[in-house]
Design a protein around this ligand. Sequence first.
Ligand SMILES: Nc1nc2c(ncn2[C@@H]2O[C@H](COP(=O)(O)OP(=O)(O)OP(=O)(O)O)[C@@H](O)[C@H]2O)c(=O)[nH]1
Ligand SMILES: [Mg+2]
Length: 382
Amino acid sequence: MTEHPTRCFLLARQGPDDSEETIAEHLDELAELTRACGMDPAGRHQLRRPVIEARTFFGKGQIESVADEARRLDATVLICDDELSGGQVRNLEKATGMTCLDRTGLILTIFEHRAKSREAKAQVELARFEYELPRLKGAWTHLERQGGGVGLRGGPGETQIEVDRRMTRLRISQLKKELKHLEQIRETQRQGRGPGIPRISLVGYTNAGKTSLLKALTGEGEPQNMLFATLDTTTRKAWLGHDPETHEPRHVLVSDTVGFIRKLPHQLVAAFRSTLGEVRTADALLVVADAASSELEDQLKVVGATLRDIGCEDQPRLLILNQMDRLTRPRRLDLKRQHPAAAMTCALTKEGLEDIRGWMMDLIPGPAKPRELEAWELPDTP
Ligand SMILES: Nc1nc2c(ncn2[C@@H]2O[C@H](COP(=O)(O)OP(=O)(O)OP(=O)(O)O)[C@@H](O)[C@H]2O)c(=O)[nH]1
Ligand SMILES: [Mg+2]
């Protein structure tokens, strides 16, 4: 028997300042996210909504027509590109009879599926609990009403929610402790890698080609055409070339990291702080972008903002416009004009990698040259 993927219906709000194309692109990305989660996006709508409806986010009529269409398409899950409160999720579920998720919930689910290492699992679990904690409040109000009205204390609903909240807080503090411990181990490993070898981090929008570049530079890494394929940091040694003066071979340590995305849940950014510590403490950053994306400039803005968010502002960085094999010649020239300092690469054919190596070689001082001792430093010859 073949298993059919869950069919879902996508929704996004078009506010007064949002263009139709922008929201359509956000929905394209949301569709990619649902595929990354193993679902089949059956239909979508962008709904004009100047003012958000407090109870259900969208208007009553809008929700009814969406529910009708979703039913026709056999969709059982409703996914909203905008962040919803716990109460809004419950009200939408009641109104449509469908399971409802917001973008943050979807991204968290993908991360839960992908997390393999102990650290990634703990980070994702922490983000999930942080996400759920304020949402338990909505359930509490709801149960309180069931229990007989405001002010009633000690009812079964209240007790259960209080227990849930306490357990959630307890788990959050345990996870934070565990992550602190794992961060210390990581720090020790970092120091143990030996002084002198500079550390470079690959950062950028998800699916831009970071892992492919790690592979092109170091021979290791498993690229996948999938959003958030990489959650764990992998560090490998890359050969740069020979020092032009000493002729010694030069190396760097290159780290691959989790990708960024528009509206990356802040709970995830906070939870991934220790993984992203690798980026913060790197000597330089290689910022990888998918040059063929129609969203290139927006994605670069998201990456810039996320880097600021995690405290990376001062490190030297090289913009890498990857996937240039997918560009027409005029577009290539256009991009070269817009980003004259960027390296243009194709990670698959390794084209342009020399520019990256050259940049790293120029940036990073080589090993200290043997110093010729002056006469006054030498022991007296008998
Ligand atoms: N045509 C072309 N495809 C590329 C290039 N670089 C990467 N890809 C493809 O793009 C997809 C994503 O590549 P990855 O290296 O996994 O991307 P990533 O940035 O590590 O993505 P996440 O880990 O999911 O954030 C894969 O299917 C790669 O084969 C390139 O230069 N040209
Ligand atoms: Mg990757």
